[in-house]
Design a protein around this ligand. Structure first.
Ligand code: HEC
Length: 113
């Protein structure tokens, strides 16, 4: 009986917790979450424009370097960080990019699939 009650209480707590979480996620998706994403995306995009756009194009369409509009299909964010830090083939290491910007750009580009 006691165990049964506990199960109910525990279940209720889980459901409540899940609901709370869902609510937050929903609201976050529309407001906080999006804002968070936007900030990060904006930071990545801005840093991309400062450091990469001249070769990879304003719309990731490529230019002196290859198009990056599908960069995330071939490269993880980690790979891209590595490419920015160490260069690849004909691309010089982009050592002027700060650690934060590098991460932001890599995460932003890794979303492009
Ligand atoms: C001076 C021109 C130049 C700049 C600036 C530049 N790149 Fe590149 N990038 C290249 C070239 C050229 C290649 C192709 C290298 C090769 O494969 O030989 C390349 C390749 C890449 C690749 C691999 C693409 C693939 O499909 O394999 C990624 C990812 C990349 N660059 C990201 C960046 C990012 C992010 C920045 C900014 C931090 C940046 N690049 C800045 C010229 C540039």
């Amino acid at each position: 009986m006691k165990k049964w009650l506990l199960t109910i209480l525990f279940g209720a707590a889980l459901v409540l917790g899940a609901c709370g979480g869902d609510d937050n996620a929903d609201e976050g998706g529309d407001t906080d979450g999006d804002n968070g994403d936007d900030t990060e995306v904006a930071a990545g995009e801005e840093a991309y424009q400062d450091n990469c756009m001249s070769c990879h194009g304003g719309d990731l369409e490529g230019g002196a370097g290859p198009a990056l509009d599908k960069a995330g299909a071939d490269h993880s964010a980690e790979d891209i960080e590595d490419i920015i830090e160490n260069g690849i083939g004909g691309m010089q290491p982009q050592s002027q990019v700060s650690d934060d910007d590098r991460t932001a750009i890599a995460e932003w580009l890794a979303e492009k699939k």
